[in-house]
Write a protein that binds this ligand. Structure first.
Ligand SMILES: Cc1cc2nc3c(=O)[nH]c(=O)nc-3n(C[C@H](O)[C@H](O)[C@H](O)COP(=O)(O)OP(=O)(O)OC[C@H]3O[C@@H](n4cnc5c(N)ncnc54)[C@H](O)[C@@H]3O)c2cc1C
Length: 400
């Protein structure tokens, strides 16, 4: 019989049916677990902390069966429905739990489950679940970002060996990861989506050089990664050789909604309200107008997010319209961050905490931080193309 009640703490019952729990009970369980297990010093930290700091929290989640919300239960996941998955994310966000180096769980796991051999499932899934393998995503290259299908990092298959030469860039967590899932051009003369292979690479393999890149906030959040005659076994190819594009598409999945989360805009709104009050601008009609606009836009973003959550719950999928959510949430975040910087006046130029009610109000930090979400997970221009062509039927259908 399936048990609907989770055990508290570690050693979860693998039969727990999280979707069958009433939502309020599910939320209460998560809140209790976070209160008991996520240390305060890790909460509401704006940047991604190194794995050494966050791994104990990762291990606590894993031990309680809460690390892999989207994975099937047979592999230690929670098998949450998409709607429940969003509830999970909401609770983690609301409590300020730290960003994890969890690309293995979030992006790769389901692709291994869908396309991996039994040996690959055994080799990778338990190690990802346990936090022993930290994965980064090696897709983008200096000449291949939005137009990812033009990637050139080369893989040469010779018998049971695959030799890699080339470069990846903007690799989040590249300096911390011990594994990379990557896309390679394995058939010369092919373009676009054909002739690409999806490979699983141990970063300790000789010939790999990782160089951190510092972002506007002076944090090394991503890297360049160079491959110089890196030779691995063809066992490390996920799916069929030359068919990696199809594997990569299955990695996208939930990412498309997650990218439109209003979480950042909500946080920025709290910061704007605090800085406006602190700067004595609350009585100014222009600022009152902006505050109302910022609040309404954030509420709209939350509403849109919920709407897509409900859609995904009832249909199991969302259409290309979800691009509107990503555009609106990320641009609301940017707009609010620009107003906050303006309201902070000369002090806004300081890269330090301003004394305010908002948790660690740092207008300049937020302003810089708000640039990235309009670029990653597909730039907003690309999402506009998707909306124009696929949702509105304008122009011709192409690779955007
Ligand atoms: C914080 C952050 C983390 C990232 N992490 C990773 C990661 O872990 N792994 C990884 O592989 N990549 C990662 N990326 C890279 C990201 O996927 C790319 O930056 C993104 O796909 C854009 O590619 P690009 O930078 O090459 O810009 P380009 O594609 O060169 O685009 C440059 C500009 O031209 C515009 N443009 C391009 N094509 C069109 C078009 N057809 N129509 C209209 N406008 C267009 C773009 O919108 C953009 O404004 C990350 C990026 C950021 C910012």
């Amino acid at each position: 019989m399936t048990d609907t009640h989770p055990s508290s703490g570690s050693n979860p019952d693998p039969d727990t049916d999280w979707n069958a729990l009433p939502e309020a009970e599910f939320r209460a369980h998560l809140r209790r677990f976070i209160d008991e297990n996520c240390p305060q010093h890790l909460r509401y930290v704006r940047r991604r902390l190194p794995p050494a700091d966050t791994l104990p929290w990762y291990h606590a989640l894993a031990a309680a069966g809460l690390i892999a919300p989207g994975w099937p239960r047979i592999h230690g996941g929670m098998e949450l429905s998409p709607g429940r998955h969003l509830v999970f994310i909401e609770e983690m966000d609301a409590a300020g739990t730290p960003w994890l180096h969890d690309s293995g769980v979030r992006n790769l796991g389901l692709a291994i489950i869908a396309h991996g051999t039994d040996a690959q499932k055994q080799r990778y899934l338990p190690a990802i679940h346990a936090g022993d393998q930290i994965w980064c995503q090696g897709y983008s290259e200096p000449g291949a970002g939005s137009d990812l299908a033009s990637l050139r990092c080369a893989g040469e298959i010779d018998g049971d060996r695959l030799t890699i030469n080339g470069q990846k860039i903007w690799t989040t967590s590249g300096q911390h990861a011990n594994h990379m899932f990557m896309l390679l051009r394995t058939e010369r003369g092919t373009t676009a989506h054909r002739g690409i292979t999806f490979a699983l690479v141990d970063m300790a393999t000789p010939g790999i050089t990782v160089r951190p890149i510092y972002n506007l906030n002076d944090e090394a959040d991503f890297c360049e990664v160079f491959f110089d005659d890196v030779t691995i076994s063809t066992d490390c190819i996920l799916g069929q050789p030359h068919d990696g594009w199809n594997v990569a598409r299955s990695v996208l999945g939930f990412e498309r909604i997650w990218a439109g989360s209003p979480r950042r805009a909500r946080h920025a709104l709290g910061e704007l309200e605090a800085i406006v009050a602190q700067s004595g601008l609350s009585g100014d009609a222009v600022w009152q107008d902006r505050l109302v606009q910022a609040e309404f836009d954030t509420l709209d973003a939350q509403d849109l997010y919920r709407t897509f959550a409900e859609l995904i719950t009832s249909d199991g999928q969302v259409g290309t319209e979800v691009s509107a959510l990503k555009i609106f949430s990320t641009e609301t975040f940017q707009r609010i961050s620009e107003w906050t910087l303006e309201a902070a006046g000369a002090e806004g130029a300081l890269a330090t905490d301003l004394d305010s009610d908002a948790r660690s109000a740092q207008p300049l930090y937020t302003f810089f931080e708000s640039r990235a979400p309009t670029i990653f997970s597909g730039t907003n221009e690309i999402h506009r193309n998707i909306l124009a062509r696929r949702a509105l039927g304008l122009g011709r259908e192409d690779k955007a």
